[in-house]
Design a protein around this ligand. Structure first.
Ligand code: ZN
Length: 475
């Protein structure tokens, strides 16, 4: 009887382990994240056509984002490590399509989402793999891990939002922390809202692309940002007219209308009309945004994006330092449990600290008369003005279309995705957090994975215990 029980438990454990161990390579997303403390392994690179070391590749193994290897012609490299590895983390200078082939013939295609930081689980432990790199690619860093759970610094990006609760529109990489302060750590990191960041300009092939992702990841953003095509050609400020001439005023309005329709945000945050410290591209981004939010529900305005995404109505648009209907969101007094009790302002500073190339120019300012990152004004609303003193960017916002995945119940074998109102399960408003909101409802899937792994571990332990008991009694 005892050995029968033992066998039953072993079978159950085996089923659980098989269930939790995928056997095909997958690109992991942020939802899969369970952070581990595993350090990356020491990799070596060889040219498989000659079996000789690929010495140029050292720049991809130096853990330094300022160096990279350029491949004018495509190349295949063999990666091997001192012990078997189960996952790979790759960084590129610009998006490219790449392939990884495992010794058993399994292959998978990377770069399909256009991410420059990409993590993939191999689904098996291998001692080598072949990386096929396309023409013109620039490989920045490669890491391999023996631990299936990557450490915190490994970024597992999710695609841009289907629908955003909050859309943030900085001009350059770093503006999101400098001028919008704790908005990203609070709404994306702490509350888990769907937050999309859309940058107006791009910085070409520079370190700022890595700094951007590192900063966003640090403050809890998990949806990959959208980066505009407008080049950041001037390092110093220029006038509104110069920026409008350079980018084409109408091109910028069109870009914003398209992104507003694509992400259908409830709330939008944009720049100071005076350009923060006077930067012409910041001014242009703010001025065109105010026009764009009023055009999103007009199908005759920029009809191509209306046809592609449909029209929508933005509920609220705040501009930094806007004088009317002003709110002061005290990021400094918001202790965030997600970040170990640090304040939203502390996290904005940590996000900005990732922008090493910009640290000598700027800092995140609080209580500054000119640049206070806590001060916003409601520049556009379709849901009424804010109640004075509430300082809640989501006050009056309609959440009725917020979709939550319902947990299946025993009586409902075919659960579906149902729209639910905030009164049912839905959404958190900042005031909910003050009342001891039920965070279990918003448990991220990484926490669920920890829970499942815990259950599996308990089953293994219980099985081992019963088996030991059986063995003891036999003796
Ligand atoms: Zn800027």
């Amino acid at each position: 009887m005892q050995s029968f029980m033992c066998r039953r438990l072993l079978s159950l454990t085996a089923i659980l382990l098989i269930t939790f161990m995928p056997c095909v390579p997958v690109f992991a997303s942020a939802g899969d994240a369970v952070s581990g403390d595993g350090a990356s392994l020491t990799l070596t690179l060889e040219d498989p056509s000659t079996d000789k070391p690929y010495t140029k590749g050292r720049k991809a193994l130096d853990d330094d984002e300022t160096t990279f290897v350029t491949f004018n012609k495509g190349k295949t490299l063999r990666l091997s490590a001192e012990q078997p590895f189960v996952s790979l983390y790759v960084k590129w200078e610009i998006p490219c399509q790449w392939t990884l082939s495992l010794p058993d013939g399994t292959t998978f295609d990377g770069g399909k989402d256009g991410f420059i930081h990409e993590y993939c689980r191999l689904g098996q432990a291998v001692s080598s793999a072949e990386l096929t790199i396309p023409d013109g690619a620039m490989l920045t860093n490669l890491y391999a891990f023996a631990d299936a759970n990557p450490p915190d610094w490994v970024q597992l990006w999710e695609p841009p939002c289907e629908k955003a609760d909050l859309l943030v529109l900085p001009t350059h990489a770093d503006d999101e922390h400098l001028w919008f302060g704790g908005a990203l750590p609070y709404y994306a990191g702490e509350l888990g809202y769907d937050v999309q960041v859309v940058y107006l300009t791009n910085h070409g092939e520079t370190i700022r692309n890595h700094e951007r992702l590192n900063g966003l990841w640090t403050v809890g953003v998990r949806h990959y940002p959208v980066i505009g095509r407008f080049p950041d050609v001037l390092a110093t400020k220029e006038s509104l007219d110069a920026a409008a001439y350079r980018f084409g005023y109408d091109n910028v309005v069109k870009f914003q209308v398209e992104n507003l329709r694509r992400f259908r945000p409830r709330v939008v945050i944009g720049h100071d009309m005076k350009g923060e410290y006077g930067h012409g591209a910041h001014k242009l981004n703010a001025k065109t945004l105010l026009e764009a939010v009023a055009l999103t529900d007009d199908p005759s305005a920029y009809p191509a994006s209306a046809e592609k995404y449909g029209t929508c109505q933005v509920q609220k648009c705040y501009l930094h330092l806007w004088k009317k209907n002003q709110v002061v969101v005290d990021w400094d007094s918001m202790a965030l449990t997600r970040f170990g009790g640090k304040s939203a302002l502390d996290m904005a500073k940590e996000g900005f600290a990732c922008h090493q190339s910009q640290l000598k120019y700027y800092s995140v300012e609080k209580d500054s008369v000119k640049y206070d990152c806590r001060k916003f004004g409601l520049a556009y609303t379709t849901v009424g003005e804010d109640t004075e003193g509430t300082n809640d960017l989501f006050e009056h916002v309609d959440w009725s279309d917020k979709v939550q995945i319902q947990e299946p119940s025993p009586s409902d074998p075919n659960p579906d995705t149902q729209p639910v109102s905030p009164g049912d399960v839905g959404t958190v408003s900042p005031s909910d957090t003050k009342r001891g909101f039920d965070w279990g409802r918003f448990l991220p899937s990484d926490a669920k994975s920890v829970l499942l792994a815990g259950v599996a571990a308990l089953m293994v332990l219980a099985t081992a215990g019963v088996c030991a008991m059986c063995a003891g009694r036999k003796r």
